[in-house]
Design a protein around this ligand. Structure first.
Ligand SMILES: C[S@@+](CC[C@H](N)C(=O)[O-])C[C@H]1O[C@@H](n2cnc3c(N)ncnc32)[C@H](O)[C@@H]1O
Length: 313
């Protein structure tokens, strides 16, 4: 298979995505997380010329990158839209394209967002305390100026699984109030000096940065709502594929897929069904699909990717 990698981002599990997503090569497919356009390029390659891709991203930088990458592609084949993937129904309705044949979400941040120090996602070089995926979110420094200690500790505990969340929250807020927290490397230094109490391989600061990013961008709510809305967006017989990189995200996808797949919940023995529950999807992946070793060797980011897919009934 051709590679769809660019310097911006290397898409994960491209073959697995196409295999689970494409039911009609002339259909309409929504990529809710366009990023650098890797999966978009793979879809355009796999579809017939009559097929169409709607590529959505909340980050204007990603939309600009896709506009440049696909400048030769006809507008009959590709629509770019800046927005949130849980608004895909509204976006496609406005385009007159709802329901669609397939919906892809490849959650999290792109390599480009992570590698650009100015975005504030990384602590390898000093960057601003930003971490917004798109203009609608709040910057980290603005949030730290008003967040309560208890809320910051909850975010660190729930999204970072950090045993010393309380002490860490206090140290971060003390440093911020003292004016000692201006850059991402300042934040890393506070985390390193305090310690998080984890014994995992992943560096402490990565877990803190990841937890803050998830909270600021309200990532779990958007993901949950996007899964819940799959039957509104995708036609009967169409597919949805979700790739996540964090256990909390994968748990949400698994749980919401199961809720959509649940059929009649009446107690056994009831002569007539009294509930309105009917399966809206069939789960295609009992356990999540993971990237093969060859892909992980080539792209270590693929190691934590988990893919789940459903077909709308
Ligand atoms: C892992 S990257 C996707 C990479 C892409 N599949 C590719 O092949 O280049 C995730 C992208 O999703 C975007 N994103 C994250 N949450 C989003 C949301 N709720 N709505 C829309 N885009 C989102 C990010 O801005 C980022 O560009």
């Amino acid at each position: 298979m051709a590679t769809f990698d660019t310097e911006y981002h290397a898409p994960v599990m491209v073959e697995e995505v196409l295999e689970h997503l494409v039911v009609d090569p002339e259909g309409i497919y929504v990529d809710g997380t366009a990023g650098g356009g890797g999966h978009v390029a793979a879809l355009l390659d796999a579809l017939d010329p009559a097929g169409h891709v709607v590529a959505i991203d909340r980050d204007p930088d990603a939309i600009d990158a896709c506009r440049e990458r696909f400048k030769e592609i006809d507008s009959d084949r590709l629509t770019l839209s800046r927005g949130n993937y849980d608004q895909a129904v509204e976006i496609c309705e406005q385009l007159g394209m709802c329901p669609v044949d397939g919906f892809l979400v490849d959650a999290g941040v792109s390599s480009h967002q992570f590698d650009d120090p100015e975005r504030g996602f990384s602590f390898r070089e000093p960057g601003p305390l930003d971490m917004r995926m798109g203009p609608n979110a709040q910057r980290l420094d603005g949030w730290l100026a008003s967040v309560e200690h208890g809320e910051l500790a909850r975010v660190l505990r729930e999204y970072g699984d950090l045993p010393r969340a309380g002490a860490l929250a206090a140290a971060i807020l003390d440093a911020f109030d003292a004016g000692d927290l201006e850059t991402t490397t300042d934040l890393r230094d506070v985390v390193d000096a305090t310690g998080t109490g984890t014994r995992r391989q992943v560096s402490d600061a990565s877990l803190v940065f990841q937890a803050l990013r998830i909270a600021l961008n309200d990532e779990l709510r958007h993901l949950r709502e996007a899964v819940q809305r799959v039957p509104k967006l995708v036609r009967s017989g169409g597919r949805a594929v979700f790739i996540s990189f964090h256990s909390l995200e994968d748990r949400i996808v698994k749980h919401e897929f199961r809720a959509l797949a649940e059929d009649c919940v009446c107690p056994p023995g009831l002569p007539v069904c009294g509930c309105d529950a009917r399966s809206e999807v069939e789960i295609l992946t009992r356990s999540p699909i993971e990237a093969g070793q060859q892909e992980v060797d080539r792209n270590p980011r693929a190691r934590s990717a988990k893919l789940r897919a459903v077909e709308v009934v």
